[in-house]
Design a protein around this ligand. Structure first.
Ligand code: GLA
Length: 539
């Protein structure tokens, strides 16, 4: 994979006058024109809709944890993932919206003689499905890793080349909710065709998954990957496993920033998993990087060891006011307004309530004071605005004309500006479980019930979730009861007339953000139901 990389085609498309976060169809048409001019291998039969429009996944940037940045390949195994999952819950990260978790490249599976993937039971004794069930029971989502080429990067595991459909079926069987697909050992493969085929294979496997493309910017994925997946890496790796590299992380942020217009709900530029809290960074640097990822609407995949993080790191990763900027339903990626080499002003991120997010990053050696004028942000000098400091969690104002900010070395001021003295948090959805397991042993008909309770950690009450009737089979009934920020899905199965066997449903529910009416990411959960013996019909 490339060491460093510059997003050339991004500049080309920016020059063609697109506004940021343009609708996908507009972006795709413009991308096709650019592709012709720059010889990006885009074909006219690319899907015309964003992938996420169908599955409703990742309409805000995915949040979770992935092992690569701190651990590399070793010691990834089931114990590690379970321990980190427990820490994700106990640290408050789950309640702040982090959900996707699982192994990155390690030794998870091999290909058997029959061509099918087989889990490495020495490292994952519960099997890959067993680990998935465990994570789902905790109210977390399951992330897995593979590669689009013949082998994964270290060659430790088989890639999907030539096995796209059967591998995506295996991942669906393990109940993955997110698949990161690397681009190593892919010599001679057409990148667009390969990832498009993998997207189709995921659809064919029948389990909606977040498709995370990992070609490090190869093939200009921001031009086309929204049609086949939900997020794409824009740059080389953010660090070598084990230690963060501040200068490299900043270079990545500045490269990712240039691609702002390609991001939008369900299609995200991914500047890599976070390094916040890893060895090699100060608290100020952690705060700055987290602010940058949030301002850029980047996926928030933590990459530190959650079992041993200090309070300051946990406080940064769980700051709901910063996360509110990342998870804003408009899905606009912020960008640099100016950069004098020492200080940079980042803005261009309108939020759902009419407020604006603004970030001042300081790379100099001594504390700096700067006045940010409203006009630099496209506002009127006479505007009277309240300013929320998202780290101090204090509000000042209203201010007219601008505001003076004071920032220490490597630190960032992360602000939200609003005409109202009110800074609402958009919906952040957290579930007590994503797996309902029911078992019936009786020969006479009975009804069994299990619940999934979801809580909105944002500041608004939501309308009741609408269950997609197509996702509910005849043996299941789902009712939703709302009470303030919490809603409960009551799942009832009636065994009358059912044959002995294992039944499974994946229930989908949809909702909208109440202020903008924009769709929220679809909610999916699994219902497993075992009938131990044939059941008589109802009398
Ligand atoms: C690539 C990816 C990393 C990680 C490694 C695993 O370098 O960019 O994020 O998945 O492969 O080998």
């Amino acid at each position: 994979m490339p060491e460093e990389w510059t997003p050339v085609a991004g500049r080309v498309l920016r020059g063609c006058g697109l506004s940021f976060a343009a609708p996908f169809a507009v972006l795709l048409a413009a991308a096709l024109a650019v592709a012709a001019a720059t010889q990006v291998p885009l074909s006219k039969d690319m899907p015309q809709r964003a992938h996420a429009e169908v599955d409703g996944l990742a309409l805000t940037p995915p949040m979770g944890w992935y092992p690569w940045n701190v651990f590399g390949e070793e010691p990834q195994n089931e114990t590690l993932i379970r321990e980190i999952a427990a820490a994700l819950v106990s640290s408050g990260m789950k309640d702040a919206g982090y959900a996707y978790i699982g192994p990155d490249e390690g030794m998870c599976f091999e290909r058997g003689r029959d061509g099918r993937l087989a889990p490495n039971l020495a490292r994952y004794p519960s099997g890959l499905r067993g680990l998935g069930d465990h994570l789902h029971r905790l109210g977390l989502k399951y992330a897995l890793y593979t590669d689009a080429g013949s082998r994964t990067c270290s060659t430790a595991m088989p890639g999907t080349k030539g096995h796209e459909y059967e591998d995506m079926r295996s991942f669906a069987g393990w109940r993955a909710d997110y698949i990161k697909i690397d681009w190593c050992n892919s010599q001679g493969q057409d990148i667009v065709q390969t990832y498009a085929e993998l997207g189709k294979a995921q659809r064919a496997a029948g389990r909606p998954v977040v498709h995370s493309l990992c070609s490090w910017g190869d093939g200009y994925p921001w031009l086309w990957a929204g049609a086949v997946g939900h997020m794409w890496r824009t740059t080389a790796d953010i660090c070598a496993p084990g230690r963060a590299d501040w200068a490299r992380a900043l270079r990545i942020a500045f490269a990712n920033e240039k691609l702002a217009e390609f991001a939008g709900p369900g299609r995200w530029n991914d500047p890599d998993m976070m390094v916040v809290g890893m060895p090699g960074l100060s608290e100020a640097q952690n705060r700055s990087l987290f602010s940058l990822w949030c301002l850029m609407a980047a996926p928030l995949m933590a990459g530190n060891d959650l079992r041993s993080m200090d309070r300051a790191t946990a406080g940064i990763l769980t700051n709901l006011e910063a996360i509110a900027v990342d998870q804003d339903p408009l899905g606009v990626q912020g960008r640099v307004v100016w950069n004098d080499g020492n200080v940079s002003l980042w803005a261009g991120k309108p939020l759902f309530d009419g407020s604006l997010a603004v970030l001042v990053l300081y790379q100099g050696k001594h504390r700096a004071e700067r006045t940010i004028a409203w006009e630099e942000l496209g506002l009127k000098a006479a505007d009277e605005l309240y300013v929320r400091d998202l780290w101090a969690q204090t509000t000042s104002g209203p201010h007219a004309g601008g505001i003076k900010v004071s920032v220490g070395p490597d630190d960032a001021a992360f602000l939200r500006l609003s005409k109202k003295n009110d800074f609402p948090v958009p919906p952040i959805i957290v579930a007590d479980t994503y797996l309902v397991s029911l078992r019936s042993t009786a020969a006479r008909p009975e009804a069994l019930a299990g619940t999934v309770t979801v809580t909105n950690k944002g500041t608004s009450d939501l309308a009741p979730w609408r269950v997609d009737a197509r996702s509910v089979p005849s043996w299941l009934r789902v009712e939703v009861a709302a009470s303030g920020r919490t809603q409960t899905f009551r799942n009832t199965v009636s065994t009358a007339g059912l044959k002995k066997g294992a039944y499974h449903a994946q229930v989908r529910a949809d909702n909208v953000e109440p202020v903008t009416g924009r769709p929220l990411s679809a909610l999916y959960y699994d219902v497993d139901f075992e009938v131990v013996r044939n059941v008589r019909r109802a009398p």
